[in-house]
Write a protein that binds this ligand. Structure first.
Ligand code: BES
Ligand code: MN
Ligand code: ZN
Length: 473
């Protein structure tokens, strides 16, 4: 995508889409008579969220005009600007548009430009991979967006959106394509001379003592994989560690799930896909950071040799785990991945996982769940989430919840009962991070959308990249 400065004179500027972002109490910057007629017709009132594409007025070189409302001038919030950016992006990727131009108007700041770039990339994404003969809508032809100022911010947002699209594509691919081997192998598609990657197979994990991770894929014909990315672009600072849950399909194992909507458990690798999408953006943005990123990939299947309820496994940390429910498998792969990244002495660790259905009950689909052993790290992440318009909400962890994991036969059980399921899952993970500042993102409610528009959302790539960028300053 090419981002260019919009010309000052707009009436004689040839473009496929001339965008006017307008407050409710404000007129158009040109073609005012025509604009007044549009408003009088009742089709556009300038309310927040209003968007109208119409033919450009006579005498104007643009093919079409898009009017986008921001509501009252004194009530414009970051959310309204984000909605406006999304409306523009969705109109600009429509058929036949190659160039879109934003008329300079109002305070369309840096954050707006970044959100515009992000939404343009997101709007251009189309899943096509596994269709056969069905005719699909044509791909977007948009190649150039003109705006006044903040071109870098727009490009930056676009790059984050491309990272999120990588996450979405991996999420949307079916489980019979996106296997643990396929998912882990994606690290080879990331290119940067400061990046080194490595994929550990089951034998290598066995040698490291990753009995917990390996217990999850035992019943699958697909071998488990642990992929590691080391980005050394930040001098000799301690690295930031990222860890993602990569269950390419979660049947529940022997504690098998009910059939309804089980197909959506192909999205159970979205934590890993988020790590990959964020790394893609970080590399493209060349952020001066050291990062060690690990994705723990396995398929959770029932079988004659699958792990059974009551089985006890030994994690890489030496701690033993009684697997009371084979459907609580995410924490079993994550704990060994956490122990593994601890070897790099990271400054902090952030893991992300579609970990608990309970998180959807607690927070719905709006906010990612955030749990942490460190207030400063939690606050940084919450601030980045708010700034990136990619919401997160903190839930507590404490010894009281942790006790729910007590087992009569091992150092801990892998479930803590029905109450506070998201919190006890995080308590389980916290037993493997020690004193290292750590945050866990439960993305069960935010990583994908169900229903008619079923598809991976690319969240929380914007939040994560925003946070990494703040760390690079
Ligand atoms: N991947 C699921 C969590 C999940 C379920 C995410 C539905 C999004 C939608 C996870 O592996 C799981 O099965 N968790 C169990 C934990 C329970 C057995 C303690 C759950 O949430 O029911
Ligand atoms: Mn499960
Ligand atoms: Zn799962």
């Amino acid at each position: 995508m090419q981002f260019d400065l919009a010309p000052l004179s707009l009436t004689d500027h040839a473009t496929d889409l001339m965008v006017m972002v307008l407050h409710k109490d404000e007129g158009a910057p040109f073609a005012t008579e025509w604009f007044d007629r549009v408003v009088a017709s009742g089709d556009f009132a300038g309310k927040a969220g209003d968007a109208l594409t119409i033919n450009a007025p006579a005498g104007m070189a643009a093919a079409r005009c898009l009017l986008v409302g921001l509501g009252e001038t004194d009530k414009v919030s970051a959310k309204t600007l984000d909605k406006a950016a999304k409306a523009i992006a969705e109109a600009a990727v429509k058929k036949g548009i190659q160039t879109a131009t934003l008329a300079p108007q109002g305070a369309l700041d840096k954050a707006f430009s970044r959100q515009l770039g992000l939404h343009l990339a997101l709007a251009q994404y189309q899943y096509t991979e596994t269709f056969g003969t069905k005719e699909l809508p044509p791909a977007s032809t948009l190649a150039r967006v003109e705006l006044s100022g903040e071109l870098d911010a727009a490009q930056h947002g676009y790059t984050i959106g491309q990272g999120a699209n990588f996450t979405r594509e991996l999420g949307n691919l079916p489980g019979n394509t996106c296997t643990p081997t396929y998912l882990a192998g994606q690290v080879h598609t990331l290119k940067h001379d400061k990046l080194s990657v490595e994929v550990l197979d089951e034998a290598a994990m066995e040698t490291l003592g990753m009995g917990s991770l390996l217990s999850v894929g035992r019943g699958s014909v697909e071998p488990s994989q642990l992929a590691v990315m080391r980005f050394n672009n930040g001098g000799d600072e301690a690295p930031i560690a990222l860890v993602g849950k990569g269950i390419t399909f979660d049947t529940g194992g022997i504690s098998i799930k009910p059939g309804a909507a089980m197909d959506e458990m192909k999205y159970d690798m979205c934590g890993a896909a988020t790590v990959l999408g964020a790394m893609k953006a970080v590399i493209e943005l060349d952020l001066p950071l050291n990062i060690v990123a690990v994705i723990a990939c396995a398929e959770n299947m029932p079988a004659g040799n699958a792990t059974k309820p009551g089985d006890i496994v030994t994690s890489m940390s030496g701690q033993t785990i009684e697997v009371l429910n084979t459907d609580a498998e995410g924490r079993l792969v994550l704990c060994d991945a956490l122990t593994y990244v601890k070897q790099d002495n990271p400054a902090c660790i952030v893991d992300m996982a579609t970990l608990t259905g309970a998180c959807i009950i607690a927070l719905g689909h709006h906010n990612t769940g955030l749990l942490s052993n460190n207030d400063a790290l939690a606050d940084e992440l919450l601030a980045s989430a708010a700034d990136a318009m990619d919401g997160a909400w903190r839930l507590p962890i404490s010894d009281d919840y942790d006790k729910q994991l007590d087992s009569n036969f091992a150092d801990m059980a892998n479930i803590g009962g029905r109450d506070a399921g998201t919190i006890t899952a995080a308590c389980f993970l916290s037993r493997f991070v020690g004193d290292t500042p750590w945050a866990h993102l439960d993305i069960a409610g935010t990583a994908w959308v169900s229903g008619k528009n079923k598809g991976a959302s690319g969240r929380p790539v914007p939040m994560l990249v925003n946070w990494l960028q703040s760390r690079a300053q």
